[in-house]
Design a protein around this ligand. Structure first.
Ligand code: SAM
Length: 303
């Protein structure tokens, strides 16, 4: 925001948040993941990670009473904030009145046509990032929607449950590495920005949180001719984590084709006794290409 206009005091303090909640008689809905941030430093860390400037747009998901929105409006050229809870819309309009570069959109982010929203809201901007303190009950569906729809985003900087952030950034070989790590790392380069204690929210959630920065790749890091098939292969390899790849893949391709798996895995340089959690993205891609090449019937079915 070029003129530095800021009519309302910062929302992200315990006093301001409690005053606003009291003024409007607002009752938190646990079912909507409503935990509002009350720490200005963490907000600054989140916004800093998003690398915004006045030529960039920020899409915020779930602005709550506007704590992060206020901060974003000072760094980005334009902020569009999508909030599902209609009780929060008048509060947001009040808190953000006098802040000219914010648009509040009432809606469910999972149902909105985000490509159209980005097109209409951020015309002429040099880049768009998603910046949010996400509702934890729908973190993965929201992130997968952003990634699978291949929206024109630079970064996704989000506060999420700590364990989910660690799974997204996990490297092969550990128990945190799974199909979510592969999916996220196929589309993005993940970076854990900071761990956030549960004490900086009103009300306090039961879990700790983390801020993760996902920088969207221009193109995937591996050669995958059929993305759906690649992700089905990955799912199949993690279907039962304690089983070997050979066993998990037998369930995937059907017992009658079992004898093909040994040579196929060998051809990819993968020991059949390994577990899915040890495979790199390169190895999953090689496996998917090899399975696709022999075109077994069962692979089209979800496992
Ligand atoms: N950004 C605020 C902050 O940091 O204090 C609030 C974050 S709170 C964790 C999550 C917000 O997401 C709530 O305001 C909630 O109502 C909203 N929300 C939940 N589900 C949503 C959905 N499907 N679409 C849009 N907003 C949603």
């Amino acid at each position: 925001m070029s003129d530095g206009l800021k009519v309302h005091a910062n929302v992200a303090t315990p006093k301001q948040t409690n005053d606003i909640v009291k003024k409007y008689g607002f009752k938190f809905k646990k079912s909507l993941g409503q935990n509002f941030l009350i720490d200005q430093n963490i907000l600054k860390n989140i916004v800093h990670a998003a690398e915004l400037d006045e030529t960039k747009g920020a899409l915020e998901i779930g602005p709550g009473i506007g704590a992060l929105t206020q901060e974003l409006a000072q760094s980005a050229g334009k902020v569009t904030a999508v909030e599902i809870d209609n009780r929060l819309i008048p509060i947001l309009r009040d808190v953000l009145s006098g802040v000219p570069n914010v648009h509040i959109e009432h809606g469910d982010v999972l149902k909105l046509d985000l490509r159209e929203l980005l097109d209409t809201q951020f015309k002429g901007m040099t880049g768009i990032s998603v910046v949010a303190n996400l509702p934890y009950y729908v973190t993965t569906p929201i992130l997968m929607k952003l990634l699978e729809e291949k929206l024109p985003l630079e970064h996704i900087v989000v506060m999420i449950q700590k364990e989910v952030a660690q799974r997204m950034a996990a490297k092969p070989g550990g128990k945190e590495y799974g199909s979510l790590s592969v999916a996220v790392q196929y589309y993005c380069v993940p970076q854990l920005v900071c761990i956030v204690p549960h004490t900086v929210f009103i009300p306090q959630p039961n879990v700790d949180s983390a801020v993760i920065k996902l920088s969207l790749r221009d193109k995937p890091p591996v050669d995958v001719p059929d993305e759906d098939h690649f992700f089905r292969t990955v799912q199949a390899c993690f279907a039962q984590r304690r089983k070997t790849i050979a066993n998990n893949l037998t369930a995937y391709v059907g017992k009658t084709h079992r004898e093909l798996l040994g040579p196929l895995l060998e051809g990819c340089g993968i020991d059949p006794s390994r577990r899915g959690e040890t495979l790199s993205l390169d190895e999953f891609a090689a496996l998917s290409r090899a399975l696709l090449a022999i075109n077994l019937p069962n692979q089209s079915e979800a496992v």
